[in-house]
Design a protein around this ligand. Structure first.
Ligand code: FAD
Ligand code: 2HG
Ligand code: ZN
Length: 480
């Protein structure tokens, strides 16, 4: 129970008029539990919302924004709340509203000839994939949180996932957007056009802006033909150098059939084995690294299998693979992917941790890992590296778990900042990025100015100031 000021009470009454009483939740109701909207997925922050507002259509979003702008009240857009950088939850002030988009979840249209699907922002990614599949197409964006993340959140963060090596990240999959501006105006940009050079690219400006420039209410996304066959292999590799060599071979041998290339270190797989023993992780005990490769074939399964066999044979001849299994069925393939997708959950089971979602040119990853591992081991003896990710995209989740037996909260308090500085300085030395796919959110907002080109940062500030001069859209995220 919190005490509201009169202007706050008036705003809530207005929001209830716009969206309906049941769709505006506040702490005024003694039994109200707003934790699902206030607590981030990693449990790094538990904010306090003035209200959680759940609009049902674009006109309601526009009216909510107008009311909030008039009351100078900040808005935090939220989809599935699976973001990993504290970008979609309110701060602790009790003055911000969470704009939860999940009621706006309709598939508006599918255009088979144009190969597009138009959906509302709150559509859960898995439902979008299913709608595409039901129409005979593939929507290739795929990530571990797909059962609860939304396309609006995917666009807000420009999410990557496990098929980027072939299809690109969310930005590459989007053709048009419908957006509510910070002034409550609606930009009708739901174009299905693949070519449109009529000025600045506002779509790409909105994508990846993490709710700081506008509220995405709907999107037109690209569809692809479904592959004739999909095959998955799991390979043991003796080193990161070998994994990079295998990636080169896979590009050569599979061409556009290479739709996934993931790497996982032994400790990451050991955590999955420890917390989810029923998943039966293959090959991990005898090798420092495992690789997951997906081959999507446009001919047939036999063709895919023979291509895979030739690839793995060549890789073994060259010494970059020591052992491998190829899934015999779709169920087995799903099982292998499930193991990969369980690393984040297993790491969370193990305890609070430090995540680094970094990208480095692929060719330089082996040296980066060897050098940075050594520096970290010197800084924090016994530190445990959970190192995995989308090697095909040069994107590593170079995560750090406290040494065995060390209190995780004390570890974060004492070591999070020095470890981040060490890793990010290394990323800079290797010409990489401190955020590959998760975004900046609140977690990295303080670090961004140290690693982003100052001219780029000044242009970003000017854009924010122009589009949202009141600073009511997700303040304190991306830019401090
Ligand atoms: P939220 O967490 O609700 O919000 C994320 C950001 O987008 C916030 O800044 C929010 O304000 C903004 N936002 C949300 N909706 C809108 C909207 N309609 N308009 C404007 N801004 C909006 N990410 C990857 O990139 N690749 C992965 O492989 C991956 N795997 C994951 C696995 C697990 C188990 C988990 C928990 C997360 C993973 N993530 C991954 C991170 C996360 O799922 C993505 O960032 C996802 O895109 C967030 O979607 P969401 O709907 O949950 O967004
Ligand atoms: C993944 O690739 C996600 O599984 C989450 O991006 C990464 O847990 C992480 O650090
Ligand atoms: Zn990832």
């Amino acid at each position: 129970m919190t005490t509201l000021t009169q202007p706050q009470t008036d705003l809530i009454a207005q929001l209830r008029d716009i969206c309906g009483t049941a769709n505006v939740l506040t702490h005024e109701e003694p039994a109200a539990d707003l934790s699902p909207w206030e607590q981030d997925w990693r449990k790094r922050v538990h904010g306090l919302a003035l209200a959680v507002v759940r609009p049902g259509n674009t006109a309601e979003v526009a009216a909510v924004v107008k009311a909030c702008a008039a009351a100078n009240t900040a808005i935090v857009p939220q989809g599935g709340n699976t973001g990993l950088v504290v970008g979609g939850v309110p701060d602790g002030s009790g003055t911000q509203i969470v704009l939860s988009m999940t009621r706006m979840n309709a598939v508006r249209a599918i255009d088979p000839a144009n190969l597009t699907i138009t959906v509302e922002a709150g559509c859960v990614l898995q439902n979008l994939q299913a709608a595409a599949e039901a129409a005979g197409f593939l929507f290739p964006l795929s990530l571990g949180a797909e059962g609860s993340c939304t396309i609006g959140g995917n666009l807000g963060t420009n999410a990557g996932g496990t098929q980027v090596v072939r299809y690109g990240n969310t930005r590459e999959l989007c053709l048009g957007l419908e957006v509510v501006t910070a002034q409550g105006e609606i930009w009708h940009g739901l174009s299905g056009l693949r070519k449109d050079n009529t000025g600045y690219d506002l779509r790409n400006l909105m994508i990846g802006s993490e709710g700081t420039l506008g509220i995405i209410t709907a999107a037109t996304m690209k569809l692809y033909p479904q592959p004739a066959a999909q095959l998955t292999a799991w390979a043991a590799v003796p080193s990161m150098d070998a994994a990079v060599a295998l990636l080169g071979l896979a590009h050569q041998r599979l061409g556009p059939g290479l739709t996934g290339f993931e790497v996982m270190n032994q400790f990451a797989l050991g955590l999955v084995d420890k917390h989810y023993p029923q998943l039966r992780v293959p090959l991990w005990q005898a090798t420092p690294w495992c690789v997951l490769i997906e081959n999507s074939d446009s001919e047939n399964e036999q063709h895919a299998r023979s291509q895979f066999e030739a690839l793995l044979e060549a890789a073994m001849d060259q010494g970059c693979v020591t052992d491998a299994v190829v899934a015999e069925s779709l169920t087995q393939a799903k099982g292998l992917w499930h193991i990969r997708e369980s690393i984040t959950l297993a790491q969370a089971q193990e305890g609070l941790n430090i995540k680094h979602d970094i990208s480095i040119p692929v060719s330089r990853i082996p040296d980066f890992v060897a050098e940075t591992d050594a520096l970290l081991a010197r800084e924090v003896p016994g530190v445990r590296m959970v190192d995995f990710g989308h090697l095909g995209d040069g994107n590593l989740h170079y995560n750090v778990q406290a040494p065995e037996g060390v209190d995780e909260k004390a570890f974060l308090r004492d070591f999070e900042d020095p470890i981040n500085t060490l890793v990010f300085n290394q990323v800079k030395r290797y010409d990489g990025s401190i955020s590959a796919e998760h975004g900046v959110g609140e977690l990295k907002v303080g670090k961004l100015p140290l690693y982003k080109d100052p001219t780029a940062l000044a242009m970003m500030r000017a854009i924010k100031q122009t589009l949202d001069p009141q600073n009511i859209l997700n303040p304190g995220r991306v830019l401090a």
